[in-house]
Design a protein around this ligand. Structure first.
Ligand code: PLP
Length: 406
């Protein structure tokens, strides 16, 4: 299918609306993306026709729902090109996926003196679960530094590796700097060290990145809502053998093999991590969102996103007092910025008055904010459905806001 941003925008009902401030310019995609009609309809149709609980009942609707859920699982693995020996566990999102790795792998296999390598640019979702793991096991966390341009200091990361390194867990792309990390290289470093490698793919997956076979990681966590799918849904895609060696996550129905007062045994992955009734329609709609992404002209969509980023960078660089946080060579299409002597919330409020949605705050990356020497920033994050006109309108309104507030 040829890439036409005008046609693509027609697929997204939310983008058609006008707000009080004017036409909606949605630049908060890194927080959560809008949904195409096919995803909304897929969830609605599933509830209208095929909905029932899964895996349990011997009736037609339960069979249909089970097939749809298990097909969705295959679709998620296929989209991310997971190797044959990998399985997709459905989660509530990247946060839950990372918590499962830290709790069920980390707490089972780590001991006092072992080391976990993260980076300075991690989201809290890839810091706090490891802090809890370190607290409970006595393992130690080391954070690889970033270079002044926002790239990961690979030399520093390499220097942190030791025989005690048991886990490396790194974002594929930073939600603040936009930096795309060389996860293939990090995977090689982890393999050499005999450590497992976990990729936080929350920010890379919406931008057509995340080929698990190519990366060579052991764990890969992503969120559906950032990939144009529903909220409360995501996947942890991981090596099945490792998943089967891990502790279980929650206890309850569907994750057990047999239960008695004396002894309970558990199912294999993925079910052992999916206690209780999952977000069945969420999984089905997530798969539909990934199919939608796959139906686009991906090289053209990526080129369009790169053009949005390039134009926004050019325009923002011209605004006096504005500092762009992160100028890595390889970036996902987002720009975080701070303006001298102006609070980020004041800027985002003025942009909102013009219908422009951006994020402001610490972006759940307080250690990174400290390293950058800022209390917070504004972030404009783009998706393939955004336009150059929107970027230009945003830059114009931002310039006016800065002039007014300074
Ligand atoms: N990791 C990164 C890099 C993120 O940007 C986010 C969310 O913004 C997460 C993890 C957590 O994702 P979720 O809130 O969907 O679980």
């Amino acid at each position: 299918m040829a890439f036409s941003v005008d046609d693509i925008r027609k697929d997204f009902p939310a983008l058609q609306q006008r707000l009080e401030g004017g036409k909606l310019v949605y630049f908060d995609n890194a927080a959560s993306a809008q949904k195409p009609l096919c995803v909304i309809e897929k969830a609605a149709d599933f509830y209208r026709r095929d909905y029932s609980n899964i895996h349990r009942s011997a009736h037609e609707l339960s069979r249909r729902a089970t097939v749809a859920f298990e097909e969705a699982r295959k679709c998620v693995s296929k989209h991310f090109n997971a190797p044959k020996n990998f399985t997709a566990v459905f989660t509530r999102g990247a946060t839950e996926g990372l918590n499962i790795v830290a709790r069920c792998y980390g707490e089972k296999f780590l001991k006092k003196g072992d080391e976990i390598i993260l980076s300075q640019m991690e989201h809290h979702a890839n810091i706090v679960p490891w802090q809890l793991c370190a607290m409970r096991t006595g393992a130690e966390i080391k954070a690889a530094k970033i270079l002044p341009n926002g790239e990961l200091d690979m030399g520093h990361l390499q220097s942190l590796v030791s025989p005690r390194t048991k886990i490396i867990s790194i974002a594929h792309a930073s939600n603040v700097l936009g930096t795309i990390n060389d996860v293939q290289k990090i995977s090689e470093i982890a393999k050499k060290a005999g450590a497992v490698f976990c990729v936080d793919a929350a920010q890379s997956s919406p931008h057509f990145l995340g080929d698990i076979s190519e990366i060579g990681c052991d764990f890969f966590a992503c969120s559906a809502h950032k990939c144009f799918g529903p909220t409360g849904e995501g996947a942890l895609i991981a090596n099945t053998e490792i998943l089967n060696e891990m502790d279980v996550w929650q206890g309850g129905g569907d994750m057990i093999e047999s239960v008695s007062w004396e002894k309970t045994t558990f199912r294999q992955a993925p079910e052992k991590f999916e206690a209780g009734t999952p977000n069945i329609a969420g999984a089905v709609a997530f798969a539909r969102a990934l199919q939608y992404m796959d139906s686009l002209d991906i090289p053209a969509a990526r080129a369009h996103e790169a053009e949005l980023l390039k134009r926004a960078t050019e325009l923002l660089e011209k605004i006096e007092g504005l500092r762009i946080l992160g100028n890595a060579k390889n970036k996902v299409p987002l720009i975080s910025f701070a303006v001298k002597n102006i609070h980020h919330n004041d800027i985002s409020t003025m942009l909102d008055a013009n219908g422009i949605a951006v994020r402001s705050g610490h972006h759940c990356a307080e250690p990174l904010m400290n390293a950058l020497g800022v209390s917070g920033s504004c972030r404009a994050s783009f998706a393939f459905y955004n336009t150059l006109e929107e970027v230009e309108f945003f830059a114009k309104k931002l310039r006016s806001a800065v002039n007014l507030l300074s």
